[in-house]
Write a protein that binds this ligand. Structure first.
Ligand SMILES: NC(=O)c1ccc[n+]([C@@H]2O[C@H](COP(=O)([O-])OP(=O)(O)OC[C@H]3O[C@@H](n4cnc5c(N)ncnc54)[C@H](OP(=O)(O)O)[C@@H]3O)[C@@H](O)[C@H]2O)c1
Length: 274
C-alpha cells in the first residue's frame, strides 16, 4: 500500500512518518524532510500532477495553515491552503481512486456547547475554523474520504509544551479558561494508522479527554513537579482571532472503533517533545 502524507514536516506528519511502515511518500513545503518531496499545496496544478503521477492508495492530508491568528490576518492564504487545495486533492484522488483521510479541527464549532458529536452543526467563529470547514466540505464531496476532527494537537509545540517549558523555568503560564480535547501527535498518528485499515468514510472525532487549559497546566505542574505558576485568563495577550470557549469533542465513536488508548491525558502527556 502506497501512502502519501502532506504536511510531513508538521507535528502530525512527523509522527505519521514514524508510525507508518512501507511505501510512504512524504510531502513538505518550507521545512525540508529527509526523503521528502517539496510541494506547495497552493500550486494546484502541481498538486494534481504529483498525485496522479505517484498514484497513492491512501492520501493523508495533514497540511494546513494552523496558526489561528495568522489565518485571521492572511485570509487569502488560509483559504488557499485550508480549503481550495483540498478541492484539488479531491480531484486527483478521484482520478487515482485513492482513499482520502483529511484532518480537520474542533474550531469548526462555536464552543458554546462542548463535547461536540460528529453530527453536531458547525458554526466557526474565526477564519481558521471557516476555512477548515470549507476544506471538510470539499473532502466530504468525495465518497471515499474520512474527515478526522481533532483538537489541541501537540508534540514540539502547542499549549502543553508552552506550559511545561514556562513552568520549568519558574514562569507564570497564562491559561485560557476554556475547554478542549488535546491529543499528542504521536497518539493521533497511531489512531490514524489503525483507521486506515477500517476504511471508514464520513466524519470521525479523534481527540483526547476534555480538559480546561487551567486544569491541564496545573496537572503538568504537579505531574512533573515544576516550580512555575498558573494564572487563569479570559484572553491571551496577542490573540487576534476569537477562540471557542468549549470546543471539546465527543470521542465515543472512535473509542469503540480503536484498540489504541489515544485519549487518556496521562498517556498523551508522555509524548511532549520539550
Ligand atoms: N495543532 C493543533 O492544535 C490542531 C488542532 C486541531 C486540528 N489540527 C489539524 O491537524 C492537522 C495537523 O496539525 P499540525 O499541528 O501537525 O500542523 P503543523 O505542525 O502546524 O504543520 C503544518 C504542516 O502544513 C504544511 N503546510 C502549510 N502550508 C503549506 C503549503 N502551502 N503547502 C504545503 N504544505 C503546507 C507545513 O509545511 P512546512 O512546515 O514544510 O511549510 C507543515 O508540514 C492540521 O490539519 C490542523 O488543522 C491541529
Amino acid at each position: 500500500m502506497r501512502i502519501l502524507i502532506t504536511g510531513a514536516s508538521g507535528q502530525l506528519g512527523t509522527e505519521l512518518s514514524n508510525v507508518l511502515k512501507g511505501d510512504v511518500i512524504k510531502v513538505y513545503n518550507t521545512k525540508e524532510v529527509q526523503g521528502g518531496h517539496k510541494l506547495d499545496l497552493t500550486d494546484y496544478s502541481a498538486v494534481e500532477d504529483f498525485i496522479i503521477k505517484k498514484r497513492p492508495d491512501v492520501i493523508i492530508n495533514t497540511a494546513s495553515l494552523t496558526d489561528v491568528d495568522k489565518c485571521e490576518v492572511e485570509r487569502g492564504l488560509a483559504f488557499k491552503v485550508n480549503a481550495e487545495a483540498v478541492k484539488h486533492i479531491v480531484r486527483a484522488s478521484r482520478v487515482v481512486e485513492a482513499y482520502l483521510i483529511h484532518i480537520s479541527t474542533d474550531y469548526v464549532f462555536d464552543g458554546e456547547k462542548g463535547l461536540y458529536k460528529e453530527e453536531d452543526l458547525p458554526n466557526p467563529i474565526n477564519y481558521y475554523g471557516l476555512t477548515k470547514l470549507l476544506g471538510e466540505t470539499y473532502a466530504l464531496s468525495y465518497d471515499d474520504s474520512l474527515v478526522i476532527r481533532t483538537s489541541g494537537v501537540f508534540r514540539h509545540k502547542g499549549f502543553p509544551v508552552y506550559a511545561y517549558r514556562t513552568l520549568k523555568e519558574g514562569g507564570e503560564v497564562h491559561a485560557f479558561k476554556g475547554y478542549y480535547s488535546p491529543i499528542s501527535a504521536k497518539k493521533l498518528a497511531e489512531a490514524i494508522s489503525e483507521l486506515i485499515n477500517h476504511r471508514k468514510t464520513g466524519v470521525l472525532n479523534v481527540a483526547g479527554e476534555r480538559v480546561s487549559r487551567v486544569d491541564l497546566a496545573t496537572k503538568i505542574k504537579e505531574k512533573f513537579n515544576l516550580p512555575g505558576g498558573v494564572k487563569e485568563v479570559d484572553y491571551v495577550k496577542g490573540w487576534i482571532a476569537r477562540r471557542p470557549f468549549d470546543s471539546s469533542l465527543d470521542i465515543t465513536k472512535a473509542k469503540k472503533m480503536l484498540s489504541v488508548d489515544f485519549y487518556s491525558l496521562d498517556e498523551n502527556l508522555r509524548y511532549m517533545v520539550v
